[in-house]
Design a protein around this ligand. Structure first.
Ligand SMILES: [Zn+2]
Length: 129
């Protein structure tokens, strides 16, 4: 059997597995300061980095870059993960992991109703879950 005629496709080298994470969002933010760090993460988390650069570049050339990026994400990634900043440590977390403070779960003067805290800050502030 002539095996030389069987063409085997080389596994294509791709960068699709390099996706936007918090660190990469920071890099994009330093390149495109008209966007916001959280906005980039919200719109482009887990999106291939190469494509993310193009979208960030496009958005920052528009008249309202943050709004353009949000609109792009709403249209193209309706089920994306939203992010937020902890009112305690300023860390970035998935919004669903932040605990929103209200009358029913906290009673101290360090944080206000409506603040969002990460688990660790909530523990330190004595938030009742
Ligand atoms: Zn925190």
């Amino acid at each position: 059997m002539d095996t030389e005629r069987i063409t085997r496709r080389e596994p294509g080298r791709t960068t699709r597995h390099h996706v936007v994470d918090e660190r990469y969002a920071e890099i994009l933010f330093s390149d495109f300061p008209k966007l916001s760090r959280i906005g980039i993460l919200d719109a482009l988390a887990d999106f291939p980095q190469r494509g993310a650069i193009e979208i960030a570049a496009w958005a920052s050339k528009t008249r309202e870059p943050r709004k353009a990026l949000r609109a792009w994400a709403a249209k193209n990634r309706p089920r994306r993960t939203r992010h937020g900043t902890c009112s305690g440590c300023s860390g970035v977390f998935r919004r669903r992991d932040l605990i929103e403070l209200g009358e029913d779960n906290h009673d101290n003067l360090t944080h206000f109703h409506g603040d969002r805290l990460c688990g660790e800050c909530a523990d330190n502030a004595g938030v009742v879950l």
